[in-house]
Design a protein around this ligand. Structure first.
Ligand code: ADP
Ligand code: ASP
Ligand code: MG
Length: 403
């Protein structure tokens, strides 16, 4: 029998009325003769609420306790959804991540799935039940509850789809697919019928939060077809799948943005071998992840080095760099947290030239200054002042005729 995994995000289970609606959708799928395994997120806003509760208790909540707390959000929605299915006359059972054997590593709040046993799911399916599994959570080897990073229900669904050899993994959300850019910012953003794993991976990494980054990487690695759809309206959705030759014809398939980084600049750095190694060695030791790096041309033996890091790590990085500046005789360290990264993505860039210059020209026409640039085979990213984010997204969306 064919098997599908359906994942419903927070907005799809936001209240009892929505839970009843998706119970009907799941029931209809079951009636069509398929086996269905459901993964759900916490009700919209719940995870944020739980995080805020923790921060009302302490500035630095213990990660183990935070995971225990956060995992409760999904437990509420699985039980409610299983009840809703039962009351429609379908046999359903809810399961936590640990109950279905989602074994992770020990990194609390961003654990990685190591294996899935899924015995309880197989058993429930044999009994013709609809298993409803809590997204975003697992258990580590010490039998402590872990969570899989924000947006982590996506990877629960993808990993289960892979483990159960499902035909497809459907991700239900509040938009009817993956768009050329965030539809909340650009009104004429267009839904894509299809997008390659690599493009989706870049889009997600560069700020398009419609799918969690790790879930896309996992889907690519294990070749799990992902179908992004809306639980609010019918439609074909967007298929995230392997690249095909047709996709190369489109040079730019999307624009993404992220306001979640800060830029740190160390100025007046002596320009001699080993200094960059020292700076980024210190950053790496602290486990901080650097994204872009720019080193200026030196003048009189001194140069400036700028880099970007996740905004939540700004304070940590500034403390480290202020200390290091003295050791390496740098003149100053400063931070800019009003930056945004704006990116264009497309596998067609591999075979077309002039794309970056077109992007720079479009930004220049609006007088938007570019502070940093980085490129890969299939993307170009620029750091700009964050107040220009929405404008830049619109301008690039128009420039590359994505609407
Ligand atoms: P869920 O709670 O269902 O997991 P998310 O909020 O995580 O939903 O993801 C859906 C949101 O992603 C949409 O509401 C939309 O604003 C945002 N989004 C950002 N970029 C894109 C894009 N390129 N295509 C579609 N949605 C996008
Ligand atoms: N509830 C978790 C979050 O808000 C996981 C998810 O929704 O995917 O990040
Ligand atoms: Mg999400």
């Amino acid at each position: 029998m064919s098997l599908i995994v359906q994942k419903y995000g927070g907005t799809s289970v936001a209240d009892i009325a929505r839970i009843k609606i998706i119970a009907e959708m799941i029931a209809a799928e079951k009636e069509s003769g398929k086996d269905v395994v459901v993964v759900v997120s916490a009700m919209a806003g719940e995870t944020d609420k739980l995080i805020s509760l923790a921060h009302q208790v302490t500035d630095e909540p213990d990660d183990r306790e935070l995971d225990m707390l956060l995992s409760s959000g999904e437990v509420v929605s699985i039980a409610l959804l299983a009840m809703a299915l039962n009351s429609l006359g379908y046999k359903s059972e809810s399961f936590t991540g640990p109950q279905v054997g989602i074994i992770t590593d020990a990194f609390h709040t961003r654990a990685r799935i190591k294996k899935i046993t899924a015995d309880r799911i197989h058993k429930a399916l044999k009994e013709d039940k609809i298993p409803v599994v809590a997204g975003f959570q697992g258990i580590n080897e010490q039998e402590d509850i872990t969570t899989l990073g924000r947006g982590g229900s996506d990877i629960t669904a993808v990993a289960l789809a892979s483990a159960l050899k499902a035909d497809v993994c459907e991700i239900y959300t509040d938009v009817d697919g993956v768009y050329t850019t965030d539809p909340r910012i650009v009104q004429n953003a267009r839904r894509l019928d299809k997008i390659s794993y690599d493009e989706m991976l870049e889009m997600a990494s560069l700020g398009a939060k419609v799918l969690q980054i790790r879930s896309v990487g996992f889907a690519k690695k294990y070749n799990v077809p992902l179908l992004v759809k809306s639980s609010f309206k019918e439609g074909k959705g967007t298929l995230v799948t392997m690249e095909d030759p047709e996709m190369e014809d489109v040079v730019v398939s999307g624009v993404a943005y992220s306001k979640e980084q800060s830029k740190i600049t160390i100025s007046g750095v002596p320009d001699r071998p080993g200094i960059a190694a020292k700076i980024f060695g210190r950053i790496a030791e602290a486990g901080l992840i650097v994204d872009m790096i720019v080193q200026n041309i030196s003048e009189n033996g001194l140069t400036d080095i700028s880099f970007t890091i996740p905004r939540e790590d700004t304070k940590k990085a500034m403390n480290l760099m202020s200390g290091l500046a003295k050791e390496i005789d740098a003149l100053d360290v400063n931070v800019d947290d009003s930056i945004a990264k704006i990116s264009i993505i497309g596998v067609g860039m591999r075979s077309h030239s002039g794309i970056a210059s077109k992007m720079f020209a479009a930004l220049a026409k609006e007088n938007i200054n570019i502070m940093m640039i980085s490129t890969s085979e299939i993307k170009v990213s620029c750091v700009i002042q964050s107040k220009y984010t929405e404008l830049a997204v619109r301008v690039l969306h128009d420039e590359f005729e994505l609407g």
